[in-house]
Write a protein that binds this ligand. Sequence first.
Ligand code: NAD
Length: 430
Amino acid sequence: MALRARAASRDWSRAPAAVRAGALRAAGEALATNAEEAARLVAREVGKPIGEARGEVGRGVAILHYYAQQVFDPTGELHAPSSAGLLFSQRRPRGVAGLITPWNFPIAIPLWKAAPALAHGNGVVLKPSPAATACGLWLEELLGRVLPEGLLRVAPGEAETGMAVVDQADVVSFTGSVAVGRQVAARASGRGVAVQAEMGGQNASIVLPDADIGRAAAQVADSAMGYAGQKCTATSRVIVVGEAGPFVEAFLATVERLPVGDPQGDGIAVGPVISQAARAAVLAAAAEARDAGGRILTGGDGLDGAGWFVRPTVVAGLEATHRLAQEEVFGPICVVLPAADAAEAVRLSNGVRYGLVTAIFSRDLDHVLGLLEEIDTGLVKVNAPTSGVDFYLPFGGEKDSSYGPREQGRAARDLYTSTRTVTIAPSGPG
Ligand code: NAD
């Protein structure tokens, strides 16, 4: 598979810019034309609420159109030569990009890796999550209609297939859990190929005493519980500075109003979790918190009837060192932690092995600007939810959340190209 993609990438990398841009633009148009079919497939296969699924597909279209334009960006820089002649640097494709992706954004994540890889002249082999195989194959079929034969291949499978992709690719981009991302990064760098791994999060939303409580409650509820908390950028800890009562009351009221149910139903915010094992893990985390003296403020149980539903769950009264406040559960569960002041809130926020995103809610932007210096995550949101990504800016975390260069936006070209420096001296007597 990698061999065919590599062969196809040779012509692709030499094709005129307008040809590559045209193909990516056509891919975006094909996705837009089939957007509702894609969104329905996402809702059916990975249980994403249909409104969010439509948003994800719309983002996929925008990503393809954005990278179609990037084909026309300069591919290098001209420098003053040290003697007569020409001196320039030039970015070149690496060959075949091996992409390994999770199930929770089965359209957007494959596209935010594949589109820049293709724009910069590479071929692609994509290994989607086994829980999102149908979405992966659907994308292969769609993109196959507009891209040269064999340039983008999808390799469905499990860990073994993922490792085979790592072993054959010329550059590797992974998104998924920390445990797997570490193995992928070690194996790819052992082969000497460029690699990037985007992994888990244990993200905090900090609510300062001067925050607009209604806005903070709505946005934290959305980022903690939307899509049943199954986003790397979900809020898993809410750190409330000072008197916590009014915020917690507003937060619980908002969480309890979130519509839970069939992800294909209009207006649903929280669908089922991805698997029976995932449901058991969330319920076990709630039980463990209760055993450790935590108070379940809402939720903590499943829903009656079919489906792997967990009621949105909020826990208080735990130590910040408790597993639920330290590790990613990847479900609709979050912990409320009190802090005496902003400095303690930042210390708590930083006190985990992850470093993806932090949100701060406050009306005092001068104060917030001061706190930014102390926050150790790759993304910071002010008066905005931890979840949600701008595809045209660099994306990635610190500490255990990320390895290698940033993805998305213009930053993506650092992974998918390598830079060559060319010196041309006059051919005749100088
Ligand atoms: P996962 O790590 O189980 O799987 C990710 C991918 O790796 C899948 O395609 C899987 O089949 C493959 N894989 C598994 N073992 C492998 C191996 N040994 N070698 C090569 N490939 C292997 O993750 P998941 O359950 O699909 O997704 C959830 C995780 O993804 C969460 O931890 C979440 O935080 C993270 N995530 C991170 C981001 C981000 O951008 N930081 C975005 C979305 C999801």
